[in-house]
Write a protein that binds this ligand. Structure first.
Ligand SMILES: *Cc1c(COP(=O)(O)O)cnc(C)c1O
Length: 363
């Protein structure tokens, strides 16, 4: 089955095989070496200096890493501005509410870009009781619609005001451009099983060490500082998902051998470019203009006369899993992701399959 959903992804044979590496106790030096290898390689993805940055590993899906980042980094005296133009921005607001953070959310229509002037105005006026905005949280690639939010402009805005930028990079880390310095990123959260092609169960936060709080703790299990401190000491506070860690180490080795994020970017861009071109010939339109989307995933309007369930089920019979739109977009959209062990030949077969399905529906 070819998975065209945005994670979990099809694994390469070598990554799948790594899942059955020997049983291991997480209090043994072999585990410490495994953990350290992953932490080092994660920083190398975007050339970050280990003295200034830490990669902190979590057992859990991408949401665990995002929640660890959001709940750990905004101090009691801080105020968080959350930018929402899709499901994942909304989810960060839910986290802020659950953890009782002092926060404000700026909502945009799900198909709209984040308008920088409105963000700037909010930073000026959305303070509360003499409390200015100290942190901004944004989703880099909003997987809801395939939109790539412009971190350069938002980052510049924050940087000029000394505001910390927290990024949900779950579906962009490893394939999109992330310039931590230029964008002024303080922390970003991501996962093993999207653009890095690992297995589900491991996720991580990359954080500027200077931003790690020493005292406050809002969560026992997801506290970023606790995990970082223990991992720096070649330890871990809880039992990790060791098979997922094995797979991530192998996936990162493969990622390096294949040429890092730039090559992965090219590979996805080629695959999705072919999808867009093939769909256009079948009158299936992209939701967003190409220059506003990621190269990781694109959303398309459903072909005329076919509902999502029919398209999904017919394609699944032919060996492809596509992905539905979320919430209000569920009735009108479907999504195709280029992540994972997917080849150009798979995409040609997909286009053939969609052609057959739409021809049958039209008949
Ligand atoms: C997939 C995704 C997540 C988290 O998903 P999990 O199911 O928890 O791994 C968070 N943010 C974005 C942008 C995503 O695409």
């Amino acid at each position: 089955m070819i998975l065209l959903n945005p994670g979990p992804v099809n694994l390469s044979a070598r990554v799948r095989n790594a899942l059955t590496n020997p049983d291991l106790c997480h209090r043994e030096p072999e585990f410490a070496a495994l953990q350290e290898n992953i932490r080092t390689r994660l920083l190398q993805v975007y050339d970050l200096a280990p003295a200034a940055w830490a990669a902190v590993l979590f057992t859990g899906s991408g949401t665990a890493a995002v929640e660890a980042m959001i709940s750990s980094l905004v101090p009691e005296s801080g105020r968080l501005l959350i930018l929402e133009n899709g499901v994942y921005g909304e989810r960060m607001s839910t986290m802020a509410r659950v953890h009782g953070l002092n926060h404000v959310s700026l909502q945009y229509p799900w198909q709209a870009p984040l308008d920088v002037r409105r963000i700037e105005a909010c930073i000026e006026t959305c303070g509360a009781k003499n409390r200015r905005i100290t942190h901004v949280a944004v989703v880099h690639h909003e997987t809801t619609t395939g939109r790539l939010n412009r971190l350069d402009k938002i980052g510049a805005l924050c940087k000029a005001r000394g505001i910390a930028l927290l990024v949900d990079a779950v579906s962009s880390f490893g394939a999109e451009h992330l310039d931590f310095d230029a964008f002024g990123i303080t922390a970003c959260a991501a996962t093993a099983n999207k653009c890095l092609h690992g297995a589900p169960g491991a996720s991580f936060v990359i954080v500027d060490r200077a931003a790690l709080p020493s005292l406050t703790r809002r969560s026992l299990y997801l506290d970023l500082s606790t995990h970082c401190r223990e991992q720096d000491a070649a330890s871990t506070p809880f039992t990790p998902a060791i098979p997922a860690f094995y797979a991530l180490r192998e996936a990162l080795a493969e990622f390096d051998e294949q040429g890092g994020w730039r090559k992965r970017h090219e590979r996805y861009a080629t695959l999705l470019g072919r999808v867009r071109e093939g769909f256009m010939a079948l009158d299936i339109e992209s939701l967003l203009p190409q220059e506003e989307t990621s190269i990781v995933l694109n959303a398309f309007n459903l072909p005329r006369g076919i509902d999502y369930a029919t398209l999904h089920d017919d394609l699944k019979q032919r060996g492809f899993v596509i992905y539905a739109g979320q919430a209000a977009l569920a009735k009108t959209l479907f999504r195709i992701s280029a992540m994972g062990e997917v080849t150009g030949r798979d995409i040609e077969r997909l286009l053939d399959a969609v052609k057959q399905v739409t021809a049958t529906a039209g008949a």
